[in-house]
Design a protein around this ligand. Sequence first.
Ligand code: FEO
Length: 398
Amino acid sequence: MYKPIEIADGIYSVGCRDWDIRDFHGYSTYEGTTYNAFLVLGEKNILIDTVKEKFCDELLSNISQIIDPKKIDILISNHTEMDHSGAIPRVMHKIGENKPLYCSKMGAKNLKSHFNRDFNFQVVGSGDELKIGNRTFSFLETRMLHWPDSMFTYLVEDAILFSSDAFGQHYSGDMFFDDQIGDAIMSHAKKYYANILLHFSPRVQALLKDVAKMNLKINMICPDHGIIWRENPSKIIEAYDKWSRQEPSKKVVVIFDSMWESTAKMARSITNGIESKDVSVRLMNTRKWHRSDIMTEIIDAGAIAVGSPTLNNGIFPVIADVMTYVKGLRPQNKIAAAFGSYGWSGEAVKILNKDFSEMKWDIIDEGVKVQYVPNEDDLNRCFDLGIKIAKKLKKKLS
Ligand code: FEO
């Protein structure tokens, strides 16, 4: 930001935009991201989270537009990952090495491991509070959302939730709030959930239930990436509830790669078969779509068909990349079908079925294999597989 933004009385967003980043450890960030940090002024001045190390000067410059960074009394670290903690050593050096650093028990352990040094750790857990003047900072551990150290800080009187990575989006632009960007932010939030949090969905469900029981008033959610939810924070909470339930929709994603267009022809016939039954379909060639975009389409699909040629007795490397990524994120509750062409051995379909079964997906038959180039009968078998997928999905949803 070229200047900090006062998001509530005496509370400033002082983080940085990373306009350039396009790959966030395997996740395509076409619109960059932000590393949000927040300064709360009062009897004691408190900084919540920092930024990536290379943005430390910008963070300190932003803070300097409000107060001398040396006047910061306390740092709260909600999460150890380096996009939020990388600047901590330099920030502590600037504000005073012995100033208190509030974090979870795992946060202290992880910060020590990352920086090979101690800080003046003040370890807090769920329910602990820090009262400063007329403000109360309440802490809520959110283990494995998405690291063991992760926690939220809730500012009671202002009803602001500083939610670390949760509810974030990899988006960088000239809009900073949900009411400025509108629904356009939801695709970024969905992609973020699909690629960062999906495999922790049962924990998300448990957390949402806990928060509902606590009856927290939430005026604003400030994540560590992307825009701040101030107009309608419940919108992103409801979206998380929906995504974490992993309820299937009437949509099929057909993912494929091809060496000599044979598997591609099969994929198109399967797609046509699905469409013939009025089921929505996305056909995604892994050479044209980034794995993280494929993952985003998968989360609400009811069925997935994956096609791979057989290469060197295995699945095609680009499909292996996507399947490794998908398996790690553990999407649940899918109908699945495999297909692919082969020359002489034809292991790809079997390997894909094994992948599906590891994810407990509901496999349709043994899939369709075609030697070399599909003829009309083969393409009809693929069309029929598409019909079968669509019918099974419609029955499941009925
Ligand atoms: Fe944005 Fe888990 O760091």
